[in-house]
Design a protein around this ligand. Structure first.
Ligand code: AMP
Length: 130
């Protein structure tokens, strides 16, 4: 069965899309640690990120870099942090989270509750900064 992220990429499940190319897809995390929290996923469905080929892993990070720079422009922060967990969804993904301090990267923090309108505005702001 396709992963939830493959179904998002296929357009079967809605998301707040930020960017896409032939190999990668970026969309907002539905339980954000901060406004701008974005997931970058390969279209190829691989569970463990370190099972990707060297080329795909490198290209995924270059794609994530462009998205991260746009997040930083849209949501000024000290840095955009990158994290890989993958314990919940078995489809490799990079979390990009705007940070003011180290604590902003704690996945045990309470998540933001954003409205549909707010999610749309966040995604649009990042897309405009790309
Ligand atoms: P992890 O696999 O531990 O890196 O966590 C998976 C992440 O995917 C969590 O931060 C979830 O909030 C996020 N997530 C799960 N389902 C969706 C979805 N349908 N749309 C956006 N984000 C999702």
């Amino acid at each position: 069965m396709a992963s939830i992220f493959s179904r998002i990429i296929a357009g079967e499940i809605p998301c707040y899309k930020v960017a896409e190319d032939d190999r990668f897809f970026a969309f907002l995390d539905i339980n954000p640690l901060a406004k701008g929290h974005t997931l970058v996923v390969p279209k190829q469905e691989v569970d463990y990120i370190f099972d990707l080929s060297d080329d795909d892993l490198a290209a995924m990070h270059v794609f994530a870099k462009h998205v991260a720079l746009a997040i930083g422009k849209a949501f000024p922060c000290r840095k955009v942090g990158e994290a890989v967990l993958g314990l919940e969804v078995p489809h490799a993904h990079i979390h990009l989270v705007p940070m003011q301090s180290e604590r902003d990267m704690l996945f045990s923090n309470p998540k933001l509750q954003l409205t549909d309108e707010e999610f749309r505005a966040v995604a649009a702001a990042i897309r405009e900064a790309l």
